[in-house]
Design a protein. Structure first.
Length: 114
């Protein structure tokens, strides 16, 4: 199934139903989850969501896995992640291939996204 594109890409992280994700071990804000800026649904017909591990997590401790460098605070409009996020899609070539940045709480989608 081909992911369905949004009529208009999302511009703000805050509009993408974002959530800080805690770990089962009690760590706070180890990941950031949000809806894909360009897809309404993914290859399975579900909401296309993206989750990235953070370095540092919100609790300021060590990352739980290699993550995106996070700057800014808990306010979603302040979040910057580096480097860019590139989704690889499914092995059959379908699926989400959004590629872009989160800078100052805004999405910057790169031209090779599909
Ligand atoms: Zn997507």
């Amino acid at each position: 199934m081909t992911p369905r594109l949004r009529a208009r890409p999302l511009e703000r992280l805050a509009d993408a139903d974002p959530a800080w994700v805690d770990s089962s071990g009690g760590r706070r804000g180890v990941m950031l989850q949000f809806e894909c800026p360009i897809h309404e649904s993914d290859a399975h017909g579900d909401t296309c969501r993206i989750a990235v591990p953070l370095d540092p997590p919100l609790d300021g401790g060590a990352p739980i896995e290699r993550g995106w460098r996070r700057s800014g605070g808990e306010d979603f409009d302040s979040v910057t992640l580096a480097p860019s996020i590139r989704r690889l899609g499914e092995s059959d070539g379908t699926g989400c291939r959004w590629h872009g940045f989160v800078r100052g709480g805004r999405f910057e989608t790169c031209g090779d996204s599909r």
